[in-house]
Design a protein around this ligand. Structure first.
Ligand code: FES
Length: 106
């Protein structure tokens, strides 16, 4: 496991991008639950964010790809609207311990 960040740097309803061992990934804090995915859109294999650390739609209900606007469930990474319905973001296993977020990279 590798340390990704401390929880206090990832407030509720925000997202944050990271580079770990040359792997680009991001984390979302949705109502205190942390979800981590590879930063790769399953539609075209490009990074997802609009601006640095900005992976969510305006209402902060979904992860949204900046290139063609696909919307993904924050909970499981499934594309629910846009050009790749049913395709999945690659989930990264994560654990929160003592206020720190740890990940297991593939
Ligand atoms: S590259 Fe993400 S929706 Fe097309």
């Amino acid at each position: 496991m590798q340390l990704l960040c401390t929880l206090d740097t990832l407030p509720e309803d925000t997202s944050k991008g990271f580079q770990l061992d040359d792997i680009s990934l991001f984390a979302v804090n949705k109502q205190g639950q942390i979800h981590v995915y590879l930063n790769l859109c399953p539609h075209r294999g490009v990074p997802l964010e609009w601006k640095p650390h900005q992976f969510l739609d305006l209402e902060k209900n979904f992860i949204q790809c900046a290139t063609h606007g696909a919307l993904f469930s924050i909970d499981n990474g499934e594309c629910i609207a846009g050009p790749c319905p049913g395709e999945m973001l690659t989930s990264i296993s994560s654990t929160v311990k003592n206020g720190q977020v740890w990940v297991t990279l593939p």
